[in-house]
Ligand binder design. Structure first.
Ligand code: GSH
Length: 203
């Protein structure tokens, strides 16, 4: 069985866990204590030179870091990842948007909040909130006319976008400004295979 090196707080790891639930895949989840620096130790750096979770380790020892690469690998051949080149590009478009505009802003704002550093670095926090608002507004405009991120159906694009869009309040965003994102989150949550977090960590 593939091993997923992960952490209960990681929304990037959650993407792989949520996808596995939708696909009925079994993963052995191994927690790395990020605060204790476990992802920066030599044995883990050999699995991912960037020193970050998640990492998927296959039965033959091959290691695949980067949440969206893991999602693409696991979803290959399933209905959640189209084969057609243009359709796939429409899905990838939102996966790149997630990495460049949602994750760095909602993700860092959330980490600053969870660790109390938002008060120590109000300038950094405010910058992430402003850029995150811009990203959420873009997603909201798109979802105002679309039930799902791409192709009019649930795909891996929704899974990766949901990971950080679903913790925006924890990061300090007022989601009342993004009603289409809120409605889409409810659609994602209503799917039968949905899991909030298999480690019971809501934030
Ligand atoms: N682009 C990467 C980001 C991975 C990432 O930032 N992981 C965080 C947890 S969500 C981490 O491992 N941080 C620990 C560290 O940087 O030492 C992905 O999507 O997987």
């Amino acid at each position: 069985m593939p091993i997923l090196y992960d952490n209960p707080v990681s929304r990037n790891g959650y993407k792989a866990r949520l996808l596995a639930s939708h696909l009925g895949l079994s993963l052995q989840v191994v927690s790395k204590d990020l605060r204790a620096g476990e992802s920066r130790q030599a044995d883990f750096l050999a699995k991912n030179a960037a020193g970050k979770v998640p990492v998927l380790e296959l039965e033959d020892g091959t290691c695949l870091p980067e949440s969206n690469a893991i999602v693409l690998f696991l979803a290959e051949g399933s209905a959640l990842l189209p084969v057609d080149t243009l359709e796939r590009a429409q899905v990838l478009r939102w996966m790149f948007f997630e990495q460049s505009q949602l994750l760095p802003n909602i993700g860092l704002a959330r980490m600053l909040k969870l660790t109390g550093r938002d008060a120590q670095r109000p300038d950094v926090y405010a910058q992430r909130i402003e850029a995150g608002q811009d990203a959420l507004a873009a997603l909201d405009r798109h979802l105002a006319g679309n039930d799902w991120a791409a192709l009019g159906r649930f795909t891996v694009a929704d899974i990766v976008l949901y990971a950080y869009a679903s913790v925006a309040e924890v990061a300090g965003f007022d989601m009342a400004a993004y009603p289409a994102v809120v409605a889409w989150r409810r659609r994602v949550e209503a799917l039968p295979a949905h899991i909030a977090s298999d480690w019971g960590f809501a934030a």
